[in-house]
Design a protein. Sequence first.
Length: 191
Amino acid sequence: MLININYMLTIISALLFLGGVSTFSDLPASALNSPDITSNDSTSNDTFITQKTEMSNPASPAVTPQGKIPHQIIFGLPLHDDGKIWTGVITFNASKPIEIEVLHDYYPKIVPDLQHGEPYHATLPVNKSGTIVNRTIALSTMTMFTVRVTDTPISTGSFVFTGSAVVFHKTSGEPFTVTYTVGAVAKSPNH
């Protein structure tokens, strides 16, 4: 029996991160049968566990370059308001080939010169305490998850991530559906 070493490493990493199967023992039995599981620790917003099926929505024209690219998006993990960084594991299955973007706050201490160039980034309008402010983010776009199980290619996979948010994304503007499970912990960076 052949075992894909990358698959095994992903599973091992996920188990080490989540602390093994016992991590889910504190969920009530009724939650394990729920089609939409979300857990927010009542004492902290630093742990985020959810399982959802969602349909994409058009991205705001304010987010897309000059509003010309008709993106469809789903935020699988929201931007953290206090500068904390998420680390976790996400597993998903999408109805069509999609991209996944891990977002990173982008405020370089030294503006990169032309020789070095700048990372791919965008400015998002975000709600901060009732006020809309601009937030600059660098985007790590991943497209390695497309497979062909039937005649229709789909995106499916599981990966470990670290960043400010995770977005399921389609630049063609074509709507899609994604089912996903995410377990993440937010921590303050070591500046």
